[in-house]
Design a protein around this ligand. Structure first.
Ligand code: ZN
Length: 143
């Protein structure tokens, strides 16, 4: 996946400002085929969202359906689509939980920011294939 440097910084700032809770947000961009014919998500905008999980926000997140639709509409106005989401893990590794795997939609990327000792310690991205399966993908930072 491709991510602009400024957006890469904003999601890490968001992760720090929402401590002790997990932050969350949506990624808007385009889906393009790479040289191998595989889809790759290019993120151009990010939309920080409210974590509306009723309890346990320290170890989980939920984005409301209405906020998802609002962001989707804004993205469409920019000629973009939602290509994934991001959220933080407080004190645990940047590896998807079972809930995360359920949340990820086919064709979408999921960025996880691990926060350890009040600092972002790792940022990973995971891609949910249309055919099923979920694997880590490289994050290419573009200027
Ligand atoms: Zn998670």
């Amino acid at each position: 996946m491709h991510l602009r440097r400024r957006q890469f910084e904003i999601i890490q700032e968001h992760a720090l400002s929402d401590i002790p809770f997990e932050c969350c947000g949506l990624l808007a961009g385009t889906r393009e085929r790479d040289h191998k014919g595989e889809y790759e998500n290019k993120v151009y905008e990010i939309a920080p969202c409210k974590n509306v999980l009723y309890s346990g926000k320290e170890h989980g997140f939920e984005i409301s359906f209405s906020e998802y639709l609002d962001v989707e509409r804004e993205a469409m106005n920019l000629g973009l689509e939602i290509v994934g989401s991001y959220h933080s893990h407080i004190g645990t590794a940047a590896i998807p939980s079972n809930n995360d795997i359920d949340f990820a939609r086919p064709g979408h990327s999921m960025i996880i920011i691990s926060v350890q000792n009040m600092q972002p310690s790792a940022v990973t991205s995971w891609y949910r294939r249309e055919e099923g399966g979920f694997h880590q993908e490289p994050i290419r930072i573009i200027e």
